[in-house]
Design a protein around this ligand. Structure first.
Ligand code: HEM
Length: 208
C-alpha cells in the first residue's frame, strides 16, 4: 500500500511543479515540468511495478510487470532527455554558460548515469546476448543497483538542488515551501533504495 501512497505524493509534487512552471508559457517551462514527470511519476511507477506488494500490480504475472517497467522507463527516459534538450537550448538562446551550477552539473551526471543504467536494463532484458561475458543474474543485479541506488538518488539530489534555484524560490508563494519538495525527493530516494536493496537481499537468500 505504501507504494501507492508514495506514487500519489510523487504525482501531486510533479503536478505542483508543473503548476508553478506553467508548461507552454516558455521553452524553460518544459524543463521542470518534464523532469519532475520523468523522475517523480513515470520512473517510480516503473520501479514500484516490480514490487511484490503493489496493490495495483500484485496479481500481475512477472512478464506483465516487466512490460510495465519497460514502458514506464521508456517514457521516463524520453521525458528526461527532452527536458535536458529544452534547458540546453534555452540556455543557448540566452547565450548563457552551461552546467555552471551544482544543480546543472549533478543534473548532467544524472542524465548520463540514467542512459548507462537504461543500457544495462536493455542488456538485462536480453541477457542471452551477453551471457558469454556476464551471468544474466549478475547483469540484472548490476542494472537494479545502478538504477535504484545510483541514478534515482542522484535524480532526487538534483531536484533538492533545484529547490534552491531562483526560479523555484520566486515561483513559490512562501520560499520555505521548497522544503516540502526537498522532503518529498528525499522520501522517494529512500523508498526506492529500500525497495531495490530488499529485492537484492531476497535474491541472495534464495541463492543460499
Ligand atoms: C532530476 C531532475 C532534473 C535534472 C536531471 C535536471 C538537469 C538540469 C541540467 C543538466 C541543467 C543545466 C543545463 C545547462 O547548463 O545547459 C539544469 C538547469 C536548470 N534546471 Fe534542472 N533538472 C532537473 C529538475 C529540475 C527541476 C524540478 C527544476 C525546477 C523546479 C529545475 C530547474 C532548473 C533551472 C532553473 C536551471 C537553470 C539554472 C541552472 O543551470 O542551474 N530542474 N537542469
Amino acid at each position: 500500500m505504501y507504494t501507492v501512497i508514495l506514487q500519489a505524493i510523487g504525482l501531486a509534487t510533479a503536478a505542483w511543479i508543473a503548476y508553478l512552471s506553467q508548461p507552454g508559457s516558455s521553452l524553460f517551462s518544459w524543463h521542470p515540468t518534464l523532469m519532475s514527470f520523468a523522475f517523480l511519476v513515470a520512473m517510480p511507477n516503473g520501479i514500484f511495478a516490480l514490487s511484490r506488494n503493489h496493490p495495483l500490480y500484485a496479481s500481475a504475472k512477472l512478464s506483465s510487470k516487466v512490460t510495465i517497467h519497460l514502458l514506464s522507463q521508456l517514457v521516463a527516459v524520453s521525458s528526461a532527455l527532452i527536458a535536458l534538450a529544452t534547458i540546453i537550448t534555452n540556455k543557448d538562446n540566452n547565450k548563457a554558460d552551461h552546467f555552471t551550477t551544482r544543480h546543472g552539473l549533478i543534473g548532467l551526471i544524472t542524465c548520463i548515469a540514467m542512459v548507462g543504467a537504461t543500457s544495462g536494463g536493455v542488456l538485462a532484458n536480453n541477457a542471452q546476448l551477453v551471457k558469454a561475458f556476464i551471468k544474466p543474474a549478475a547483469m540484472k543485479s548490476i542494472h537494479a543497483f545502478a538504477a535504484g541506488c545510483a541514478v534515482y538518488p542522484l535524480a532526487m539530489t538534483t531536484i533538492v538542488l533545484a529547490t534552491y534555484s531562483n526560479f523555484l524560490v520566486s515561483a513559490l508563494p512562501i520560499a520555505y515551501m521548497r522544503y516540502t519538495i526537498a522532503g518529498v525527493a528525499t522520501i522517494m530516494a529512500v523508498a526506492v533504495y529500500v525497495q531495490v536493496s530488499q529485492r537484492g537481499a531476497r535474491k541472495t537468500v534464495r541463492a543460499d
